[in-house]
Structures are given as C-alpha cells and as structure tokens.
Design a protein. Structure first.
Length: 117
C-alpha cells in the first residue's frame, strides 16, 4: 500500500514539474491558444475578423472598443493593439497579437500573429 502511495505521489510531482516547465517555455498552448493573451474590453475575435482595410478609426472603435495600446510610428501611422501579453499568472506562454495599423484615420493593415516574447 505504501509503495502505491509513493508511486502516485511521484507521478503527481513529475506531472506538476512538467506542467510548470511547459508553462515557462513561452510555448504555444494548443489546448487554449489565448491562455496568456490579455484582450481589450469589448474585443471579440469574430468582430476583429470582419475588420478590413479601409475601415475608419471611428468604426473600428465602435466595433471593438478602445485598444489596449496605441503606438504612433515615425511615419505618423498608428498601431492599435487590441491584445497584449501577460494574462496567465502562473506561466509564460505565447500570446495572440491582434492589431490594426491606421494612417490618416483609416485602417491600412491588419495584424494577426502569435508572439513568442
């Protein structure tokens, strides 16, 4: 009986260590891709998928709400990021980057990527 308990405890410890290591590799989580992705309030992936080049800034904000971060580039274009890293408190996984690039208040490019940083 004691041997079975030891084997179960060793298995549980090994599983916990493997999960901890996996959670600190900045790996893509196939079971929950957005595990480490913070989303802006009002963000919906289905709505973001409908954004097209030519959408106005006002329409973009009406559909998705305010972005988490707005960065103005040297050229004057803006990157509106609707997602960011750091949601998962116990691990560091890859995250889903979703952003729109705007120039003169019009979407000129849409970014969808997986970030491993």
């Amino acid at each position: 009986m004691k041997i079975r308990i030891r084997i179960l405890l060793m298995g549980a410890l090994a599983s916990a260590l493997m999960l901890w290591a996996y959670g600190h590799l900045e790996a893509y989580c196939f079971f929950y891709p957005g595990i480490d992705t913070k989303y802006s309030p009002g963000f919906k992936q289905s709505v973001f998928n409908q954004v097209v080049v030519g959408t106005t800034a006002a329409d973009l904000e009406r559909k998705l709400g305010k972005p988490l971060l707005v960065v103005t580039n040297e050229s004057g274009s803006q990157e509106w990021s609707f997602t960011d890293d750091g949601k998962c408190w116990w691990g560091d996984f890859a995250w889903l980057h979703r952003a729109a690039i705007l120039s003169n208040g019009i979407v000129v490019s849409i970014e969808r990527s997986i970030r491993y940083d």
